[in-house]
Design a protein around this ligand. Sequence first.
Ligand code: ADP
Length: 405
Amino acid sequence: MKRVGVIGGGQLAWMMADAAKALGVELVVQTPNSNDPAVAIASETIFASVDDANATTALASRCDVITFENEFVNLEALSPLEQQGICFRPGLQVLSRLLDKYHQRCYLKQLRLPVPRFVALEELRSEELEQYPSPLTLLGFPVVLKARRHGYDGQGTFIIKDLEALQHKLASTTTKQPESQPLFLLEEFVPFEKELAVIAARSVTGEIITYPIVETQQEQQVCRRVFVPADISSEVTAEIEAIAHTLLNSLQAVGIFGIELFVTLEGKVLVNEIAPRTHNSGHFSLDACETSQFEQHLRAVCNLPLGSPALRCDGAVMVNLLGYEYSQDDYLPQRQQIQQIPQAHVHWYGKSESRPGRKLGHVTVLLDAQTASEISASAAKRNSTLEMSLSYAQKIESIWSKQKS
Ligand code: ADP
């Protein structure tokens, strides 16, 4: 029996529960909030802030290995623990390359992986922002401004249309204390044809597996739906798999990583972002793959052999159930209606409060010959997995967002 410490108690920790049980692993969670989803499935919880290193020392005394379910990691505070021999997977050196979006971009560039053009805002002198043209001309407008740390679900990512809007945005984020000034990255706006993602895992022994590449669709910078597999050429597939291998091998990383990518209008692949953890774009794997990303992560961090990431069906569509109001409703009637869809698997995170944009749950519909015959004749006739995915996504979204009368 292994005991795995998980820093963070959100849905990503919660979704490890079934895999932990199957593998005979106990999860010990560090989170400040007794309402967090993972508290219900943890063998034990240490109620403390995720960046409380004293609490992590206590966590380490109860666990064989510690992993992370979010990026709110205090590397400075944790590094003495790693030096004392506490085992973090992925290791802190790996996280130090990735947690700051600017450092991450520099690292990817150093590996010669393709990324959008970027600059650290601090590198632009303030007068350069005043005088256009400046290094900003390299990026042009619109431009994308990103908080270097602690951004998630598009919070901290802003698409800025012109210089005036940029100055306005920066003025509104300036604080009185210079030491707590947020750091920003500026990057070119990529008018992408589509967004893709791949989940990759690397084991302690250096084995790497990649899941089927997916297409993700974002609205207001938040992921709404994921189509599996992505409709891409074998060249693009090979290129993305090579990116995953280069990255994980260079990092000597252990665990699951989510890699987000753009495909430009010219068909060029660019890496947008690496998440050093299980990822929303891999939730389909819970129902659609032989080994879910959550089991794979536990396998990797527990030094077990990796499992097969192969699909158990022709394809799948995953739709996020995002909050659209402030409420304590559990939306049971909508969930029950979605559950009626053939081959639909509803995952409800049990959060006590809904607010606009909050991830409350997700649904995965498995696609095969049976589902093909259930949906609109035109989509089925074309027998296109993507058509079927779109049709199911629409159906789920229309049930989900139906306002109560
Ligand atoms: P987060 O870390 O919060 O997920 P991302 O950097 O991944 O933020 O951005 C969220 C979304 O914003 C992306 O999925 C994409 O739709 C859009 N976006 C981010 N960067 C760019 C860019 N350079 N060009 C165009 N769209 C972008």
